[in-house]
Design a protein around this ligand. Structure first.
Ligand SMILES: NC(=O)C1=CN([C@@H]2O[C@H](COP(=O)(O)OP(=O)(O)OC[C@H]3O[C@@H](n4cnc5c(N)ncnc54)[C@H](OP(=O)(O)O)[C@@H]3O)[C@@H](O)[C@H]2O)[C@@H](O)CC1
Ligand SMILES: Nc1ncnc2c1ncn2[C@@H]1O[C@H](COP(=O)(O)OP(=O)(O)O)[C@@H](O)[C@H]1O
Length: 458
């Protein structure tokens, strides 16, 4: 890094940005840069510099590029480069109209990682001039909080965000993740600090998924037990069992009022006995407290879902994964649901600390926090909104339980489970509706499709 000439990182970022914009224009039916009309919204920092240098590349390739400067301190080298390439520069935050009324893309170089949340009035006014035009954000959608994914005030909603070096929390965590649109990563050779938020990829999950040892038997593979469902909600038992009974654990036990149903549909499932992990609470209704008490007394790691979350009073004294959706987490920590949805990172961390458990906060971007504040929070990016269907959370609890029983650490079981669950939903959905049972049925196919893992990296 020390050997790089000054500005080299910005030149790499700008080149990556320019080529991403050209691809974006092609996707939208333009030939590429040539003949396209490009508006750059340029703030006072290096983020605006990236936009200006990218604009210069586009102008050299025949685009009509206008930079709208939102500050009188725009990046000087970038302004000069754009002018030299034939672009126009409008100061005072007002477009000359050279690209409006048919702008093919607006490039948001207002602020990047140096910005404060919220947009200033001149940025809002400039965005309003180009309302309706597609937006590509440089590094981050301007106005969101980069480190938490929260939004406070107005912000850009991008169709595409081109980011440099690494994904930032705002690209992964809602609500800012939704404002980022599609996110493309450009490697510019940055030296990066350890992340506070991360996301598993297929290779990571492949390395975590338990595989039977050649000389293994069913007990060495782990036994998962479920105390879920009730006379009121027998379906929750069936669905949680379907998530657990995909062959990832060596054996599945079920204890509860739905035992006859469960065994009729799952002849492999056996009754009470020792287990390496218990899943409790899904559809447990009045039995939620006793299910939790029995499971806790076993001393093994637990997955605590739905009704059993209400029975929690504090840390459990055993390793545990809590799996609330936003409403359940709000009730658990006595906050408003809307606040939890607005600050998932904050509240997942808070609950993990308070209950000394891994907290998996379900939603579009399921957020998984460890009680150890040094462990990065994991955000799940697989899945589809078709997964928002009754009972799919029950399937997830069972699946995570089987991974826990197979010996994964709670943070790994929770995050690999969420990844597989989302991927199974996408596979089963194939762009259309899917049921919770359909999600469970697709889990083995997702595992078969994971990239091969060398035995050494397991
Ligand atoms: N890391 C790297 O090595 C590389 C980084 N690179 C790029 O640099 C970007 C970071 O650049 P940066 O540090 O100059 O900050 P940046 O986000 O442009 O703006 C900060 C200035 O904006 C202002 N401002 C603040 N809040 C505001 C608001 N809400 N609304 C409006 N204005 C606001 C405030 O100035 P003020 O006007 O208050 O004086 C502040 O000083 C990064 O995201 C990436 O694109 C690449 O080139 C590759 C190498
Ligand atoms: N908009 C969405 N996009 C993707 N996944 C979603 C969305 N909404 C919910 N989900 C996922 O659907 C599942 C729903 O679980 P949950 O709310 O517990 O449902 P249930 O209690 O009916 O089983 C979770 O895995 C959650 O992450």
């Amino acid at each position: 890094m020390a050997d790089l000439p000054e500005g080299a990182l910005m030149q790499r970022a700008a080149a990556g940005l320019a080529y991403a914009i050209i691809d974006f224009l092609r996707e939208r039916g333009r030939g590429g840069a040539y003949g396209s009309r490009v508006a750059l919204l340029v703030g006072s920092g290096d983020n605006g510099g990236d936009a200006l240098y990218a604009g210069a590349i586009l102008a050299r390739r025949g685009a009509r590029v206008e930079a709208v400067l939102l500050s009188d301190r725009a990046h000087e080298g970038g302004v000069a480069a754009l002018r030299a390439a034939g672009g126009t520069v409008a100061s005072g935050g007002v477009s000359t109209g050279s690209t409006s009324g048919g702008t093919d893309v607006v490039v948001d170089g207002i602020v990047g990682i140096g910005g404060k949340p919220g947009l200033r009035a001149e940025a809002e006014a400039a965005l309003a001039m180009f309302e309706g035009a597609p937006v590509v954000s440089v590094d981050t959608p301007s106005g969101v909080c980069v480190d938490t994914g929260e939004v406070d005030g107005s912000h850009v909603s991008a169709d595409l965000t081109v980011t440099f070096g690494t994904y930032k929390p705002c690209h992964l965590l809602d609500p800012a993740a939704s404002a980022s649109g599609r996110v493309e990563l450009v490697d510019i050779g940055l030296d990066l600090p350890a992340p506070s938020v991360e996301s598993l990829e297929a290779e990571d999950v492949a390395a975590l998924v338990p595989r039977p040892a050649p000389d293994g038997h069913k007990y060495t593979r782990g036994v998962v037990g479920l105390r879920v469902g009730s006379a009121t909600y027998p379906g929750a038992a069936l669905l949680a069992v379907s998530g657990a009974n995909t062959g990832l654990a060596g054996m599945v036990r079920y204890v509860g009022t739905a035992a006859e149903w469960v065994k009729r549909h799952n002849p492999e499932v056996v009754g009470d006995g020792q287990a390496q992990a218990w899943v409790v609470g899904s559809g447990s209704a009045d039995g939620a407290n006793s299910a939790l008490a029995f499971a806790r007394a076993s001393g093994v790691p637990l997955v605590i879902d739905a009704d059993s979350l209400r029975a929690l009073t504090g840390p459990l004294g055993v390793p545990a994964i809590l799996t609330p959706h936003a409403g359940e987490l709000a009730a658990l920590i006595r906050e408003d649901r809307a606040d939890v949805e607005a600050r998932p990172l904050h509240y997942a961390r808070l609950a993990a600390k308070r209950y000394h458990a891994v907290v998996l906060l379900k939603g579009r971007r399921t957020t998984i926090a460890s009680p150890d504040p040094a462990t990065p929070v994991r955000v799940n990016t697989t899945g589809t909104s078709w997964l928002a269907t009754a009972g799919s959370g029950d399937v997830l609890g069972g699946l995570i339980g089987s991974l826990l029983a197979a010996g994964l650490a709670p943070i790994d079981a929770a995050s690999a489970g969420a990844w597989l669950h989302g991927a199974a939903a996408t596979l089963a959905s194939a762009g259309g509706p899917v049921t919770a049972s359909g999600v469970a049925s697709a889990i083995p196919a997702v595992i078969r499709s994971l990239p091969a893992v060398s035995p050494r990296s397991r």
